[in-house]
Design a protein around this ligand. Structure first.
Ligand code: FAD
Length: 369
C-alpha cells in the first residue's frame, strides 16, 4: 500500500495545481490520472489573466497566445467588435498547459481510480493498479467525477454539450477572438486562434445542442469531438469528512462563459490553504473550504448565472443592446483587470433603459429570484 498525505484523483488544471500548491507548503500528494502525459482535453483553452495572481511564480511562464480584440458575429454577419486593443485573455493548448502544470509533481499516469472507503483516521482508495492510503481524498476528476458519484457530493448538474476541433491553419490574426451568436439557441460558437491552428467550437445547454453547428460558421473538412461541460448552478456541498471536490468535479464552471480552468485552479488554491491548516492543527475538517468559496467565487458566479439567464434565451430581443462595440469594450475592460466582474456588468445592464433588457430582467427576477 502506498501512503500520501493527500490523494488527488485527476491531473487536469484542478488536480495538478492542487498538488503544486500543496508541494509549496511541504505537503506530499499523489495524483492519479487515467490518461497519459499528452492528453489533449477538448477545450478552447481561453484563460483569464487572473490565473497569474494564483499560480506560483515558477508556473507563470506557460506557452500562450494573448488576445486583445474581440469580434462578435450574429448569424454570419460581423455585428460588433472591440474598438481598442486591450489584453483580456490568454489562449493555451490544453495538452501543453496541463503538462506544464504537472512539472515536478508525482503523477501516476494510466491509472484509473475505482473506489474508496473510510476508516477511522484515513481513506483507502483503490485504482486498477493498487491501493493507496491518505489523510484526504480529493476529487479533481472533472465532469462525470467518480469521486462525486461515490461520495454523493455536488450531484446537481447543469450541462452544456459542446463540440470542438483543432483545425490546422495559417493564423494571421492571432490576437482576435471570434464569438458566433444566433447559430445555436442558449449557447455560442467560437474561434480561438493559437500558434498554427484554430480552436473552433460551439456549445449549448444540453437539450438545445445540435451536432454540426460549428460547420455552419466554420465550414471545412475536419472532425469535431463532442464533450459535456458541467456548469455551476448554485451552491452545493463540496466536502464530507476527509473527502472534497475541486474544479469541474464540483461543477465550478463559470455559468456565463462556461470557462472552467480558472475556477478549477482557484478552488484548488483555496482548498490547499484549508488542507494545510487542518494538517497543521491535526484536524480532519475541510469545512472552511466552502466558506472561502462563498467569499471568493460564488458572489461573482451568482451574477454570471443571472446574466446568462437574461442574455442567452432572450438574445434575439436583447442583442441590440448587448452586441455592440461599447458593451464589448466594457466587457473587455472588466476582463482585463483579471477576471470579469459580473457584478459591474450586471449594474450597467440594470441601468440601461433598453426596454427588452428591462423585460428580460423582470422575467428572470420573477422566476429565479
Ligand atoms: C469544448 C470545450 C471548450 C472549453 N473551453 C474552455 C475555455 O476556453 N476556457 C476554460 O476556462 N474552460 C473551457 N472549458 C472547460 C474546461 O475544459 C474544464 O472546465 C476544465 O478542464 C476543468 O478542469 P478540471 O481539472 O476540473 O477537470 P479536467 O480538466 O476534466 O481534468 C480531470 C482529469 O481527471 C482525470 N480522471 C477522470 N476520471 C478519472 C479516474 N476515474 N481515474 C483517474 N483519473 C481520472 C481525467 O482524465 C482528467 O485528466 C471547455 C470545455 C469544453 C468541453
Amino acid at each position: 500500500m502506498i501512503h500520501s498525505d493527500v490523494l488527488i484523483i485527476g491531473g487536469g488544471p484542478a488536480g495538478a495545481s492542487l498538488s503544486q500548491f500543496l508541494k509549496d507548503r511541504g505537503i506530499s500528494s499523489i495524483v492519479i490520472e487515467r490518461f497519459g502525459k499528452n492528453r489533449n482535453k477538448i477545450c478552447a483553452g481561453g484563460i483569464p489573466l487572473a490565473i497569474n495572481a494564483l499560480l506560483p511564480q515558477r508556473l507563470q511562464n506557460f506557452e500562450r497566445v494573448e488576445y486583445d480584440s474581440l469580434e462578435i458575429f450574429y448569424k454570419s454577419r460581423l455585428t460588433a467588435r472591440s474598438s481598442k486593443k486591450v489584453l483580456f485573455s490568454y489562449g493555451v493548448r490544453r495538452s501543453d498547459f496541463d503538462s506544464y502544470l504537472r512539472i515536478g509533481i508525482d503523477v501516476r499516469y494510466y491509472e484509473n481510480f475505482l473506489n474508496f472507503e473510510k476508516t477511522n483516521n484515513k481513506i483507502l482508495a483503490r485504482t486498477d493498479k493498487g491501493t493507496y492510503s491518505a489523510k484526504f481524498l480529493i476529487g479533481a476528476d472533472g465532469v462525470g467525477s467518480k469521486v462525486s458519484l461515490l461520495s454523493g457530493l455536488a450531484p446537481k448538474k447543469r450541462f452544456i454539450v459542446a463540440e470542438e476541433a483543432e483545425v490546422p491553419a495559417e493564423v494571421r490574426y492571432k490576437n482576435t477572438l471570434k464569438i458566433f451568436l444566433g447559430y445555436n439557441s442558449i449557447g455560442y460558437g467560437w474561434i480561438f486562434p493559437k500558434n498554427g491552428f484554430l480552436s473552433v467550437g460551439s456549445g449549448s445547454l444540453k437539450n438545445r445542442f445540435r451536432k454540426g453547428t460549428v460547420f455552419s460558421f466554420y465550414p471545412g473538412q475536419y472532425k469535431a469531438k463532442i464533450y459535456p461541460i458541467s456548469l455551476w448552478g448554485g451552491e452545493e456541498i463540496l466536502h464530507k469528512g476527509r473527502v472534497a471536490l475541486v474544479g469541474e468535479a464540483a461543477n465550478l464552471v463559470d455559468p456565463f462563459s462556461a470557462g472552467g480552468i480558472y475556477p478549477a485552479v482557484l478552488s484548488s488554491f483555496l482548498l490547499s490553504e484549508v488542507i494545510v491548516k487542518s494538517l497543521k492543527n491535526g484536524r480532519t475538517s475541510l469545512e472552511e473550504y466552502e466558506k472561502l468559496l462563498c467569499d471568493k467565487l460564488y458572489p461573482n458566479f451568482r451574477y454570471a448565472l443571472f446574466l446568462s439567464r437574461m442574455f442567452y434565451p432572450f438574445l434575439p430581443f436583447v442583442k441590440k443592446y448587448i452586441v455592440k462595440s461599447s458593451t464589448i469594450d466594457l466587457a473587455l475592460e472588466l476582463t482585463s483587470k483579471g477576471y470579469i466582474s459580473y457584478e459591474e456588468f450586471y449594474k450597467k445592464v440594470r441601468a440601461s433603459k433598453h426596454i427588452a433588457l428591462k423585460a428580460a430582467y423582470f422575467i428572470i427576477k420573477k422566476f429565479f429570484g
